[in-house]
Write a protein that binds this ligand. Structure first.
Ligand SMILES: Nc1ncnc2c1ncn2[C@@H]1O[C@H](COP(=O)(O)OP(=O)(O)OP(=O)(O)O)[C@@H](O)[C@H]1O
Length: 323
């Protein structure tokens, strides 16, 4: 186990709102358990403000937990933070790259801080620049690079000392689709080399495509945890989304809920979502049942269940709306 966290909590004291006295307590993380296996790509998926960054910062020893314990890369985050730091890489949302230095200089500096000689640092920088297709832009000031190139420089800096565990906080936010796909490839390549990765994201497709396991985090708590396939299986394989004539939702909910093959029916935002397995074969039956009861359908769609359906099931709202 490269990460083993139990009951992690973090509260922040903030200034009271205008017109109020004293201070306020923000409970950013309310008791999180996480285990990440060696070589796993693990995602914390959740909307903005869910507590993902705070969780990662505690595990990376950047802030101390208010309560709870965590062992990261074999060391306790409270008792031995320096030992944890030597074994991890961390790429934050802001990137942490000096905009006025060249990318190469940033990587060399990080390598020197990690204890390499000048010669080793130069060699490592050249290796990383090649691995991230940055050789051509390596000697330009970072401020002149594109968003995707800056992110890759930040990623290279995070990887300088080949950490067994890399934390990536929202690594693809702000990247265009091509760079996003490249970054996914790079993360997969890290796994091939045996690096474990903990990334945070509010993109459902990213968590689904990239990670071995994930935790869905909402309001400072883990609401669901497992492989993408396991989580989706909890809600059923398929989802039928129906838009009905006004006033028909109640009757349709009862009717669909009574079909033995329908696992769950959820009214949401003017539509009904019915969860079922083997949707292609059940759909004709479902349509017949609605027709026989005189329920008019405005539109209908059959899709595979996604992690958003899992989020909806556990929180009562869609991650698309929450993010
Ligand atoms: N230093 C701080 N002081 C006060 N409140 C904070 C601090 N850091 C985070 N918070 C609050 O804690 C909650 C969780 O924030 P956090 O950044 O961990 O969420 P997140 O899931 O990473 O969201 P995002 O995707 O926007 O980064 C938020 O309500 C945030 O405003």
């Amino acid at each position: 186990m490269i990460v083993d966290a139990r009951g992690l909590k973090k509260s922040f004291k903030t200034r009271a709102r205008r017109g109020q006295r004293g201070h306020q307590i923000v409970e950013a993380v309310k008791g999180i358990d996480l285990t990440i296996g060696e070589g796993e790509i693990f995602a914390c998926l959740g909307p903005n403000g869910a507590g993902k960054t705070t969780t990662v910062r505690m595990l990376a020893t950047l802030i101390e937990p208010t309560e709870g314990t965590a062992t990261v890369a074999g060391h306790d985050v409270r008792a031995e933070p320096a030992k944890v730091r030597r074994r991890i890489g961390y790429v934050g949302q802001a990137g942490g790259v000096d905009e006025n230095a060249t990318g190469r200089a940033g990587i060399v500096l990080a390598a020197r801080i990690a204890g390499m000689t000048r010669h080793e640092a130069d060699k490592r920088a050249a290796e990383l620049l090649a691995a991230f297709s940055l050789a051509e832009v390596a000697d330009r000031p970072v401020r002149t690079l594109s968003g995707g190139q800056k992110r890759r420089i930040a990623l290279a800096i995070g990887l300088v000392n080949e950490p067994p565990l890399l934390f990536l906080d929202e690594p693809t936010t702000g990247l265009d689709p091509q760079n996003r796909a490249n970054l996914w490839d790079e993360v997969r390549a890290l796994r091939e080399r045996g690096t474990s990765v903990l990334l945070t994201t509010h993109y459902l497709d990213e968590a689904d495509a990239l990670c071995d396991r994930l935790a869905i985090i909402d309001h400072g708590l883990v609401v669901a945890e497992g492989t993408p396939a396991e989580l989706k299986k909890q809600v059923a394989g398929d989802v039928v989304t129906l838009r009905l004539a006004d006033g028909a939702a109640g009757r349709a909910t009862d009717l669909l809920g009574a079909q033995e093959y329908v696992k769950e029916v959820r009214p949401e935002d003017g539509v009904l979502r019915a969860y079922l397995d083997d949707g292609e074969h059940r759909l004709p039956h479902l349509l017949r049942a609605l027709e026989e009861h005189g329920i008019a359908i405005r539109s209908i769609a059959l899709d595979r269940a996604t992690l958003d359906d899992v989020f909806l099931r556990h929180t009562g709202r869609s991650l698309r709306d929450a993010a």
